[in-house]
Design a binder for this molecule. Structure first.
Ligand code: HEC
Length: 181
């Protein structure tokens, strides 16, 4: 008899633990809902899928999808700055002052793109040609291996920072761009 008594006592204790455990859980969950969970924000902004998403658009910028890369835009300038940083800053300097570390021993020295004392002419067309062909007899090499969209982007970036801007007619630029690859 005493064996059986012990046995049922054991069972009851297990039930008590289970009960206490579930009560603790219920209180913890209740506390979470009341004190920690932020609740549902009824003022939550509904994103209009047609609205331009500025940040997302920047992240998703793909120069290959730009139909007319010779037309300047904020995105093209920003993209050009990135391509410039990885291909040109070494010689022309991060800010285009012609003071890049690899350029100092060169003769002639890399052009200061801000001053823009161009020998090949000012403006987008002349600069695109420089990137196509390089400048013979100098360390300014051809960058025709870069995508033409990337080169147009750099052309826009340089035009945005130089003090010696071009006066190309947009129609002439579009005409040139048809033949420029
Ligand atoms: C190895 C060093 C070097 C690199 C890298 C380099 N350049 Fe140059 N760049 C030069 C030198 C040197 C000159 C000056 C040549 C001269 O005086 O004729 C020059 C000249 C220029 C000019 C002046 C053209 C003109 O009409 O006077 C432009 C624009 C230019 N570079 C753009 C770029 C761009 C954009 C890149 C990156 C895609 C680049 N360069 C990468 C060395 C470099």
């Amino acid at each position: 008899m005493s064996d059986q008594h012990d046995h049922s006592d054991h069972h009851n204790r297990g039930g008590l633990f289970a009960f206490m455990f579930s009560m603790v859980f219920v209180f913890a969950f209740f506390f979470y809902l009341v004190a920690i969970h932020k609740g549902v924000d009824l003022d939550e902004k509904v994103v209009d899928p047609r609205a331009p998403v500025a940040e997302g658009a920047k992240l998703a910028f793909n120069v290959d999808q730009i139909q007319e890369p010779w037309v300047v835009s904020e995105e093209m300038i920003a993209h050009g700055q990135k391509v410039y940083a990885s291909n040109c800053a070494l010689c022309h300097g991060a800010e285009g002052k012609g003071d890049g570390s690899a350029g100092q021993g060169l003769n002639p020295k890399p052009r200061n793109l801000i001053e823009g004392s161009w020998t090949q002419g000012a403006g987008l067309i002349a600069r695109f040609k420089v990137l196509q062909n390089g400048i013979a007899g100098t360390s300014m090499a051809s960058f025709s291996h870069l995508k033409s969209g990337d080169r147009w982007a750099m052309v826009h970036f340089i035009e945005s920072i130089t003090q010696n801007k071009g006066k190309d007619d947009p129609a002439a630029i579009a005409e040139f761009a048809k033949t420029a690859k």
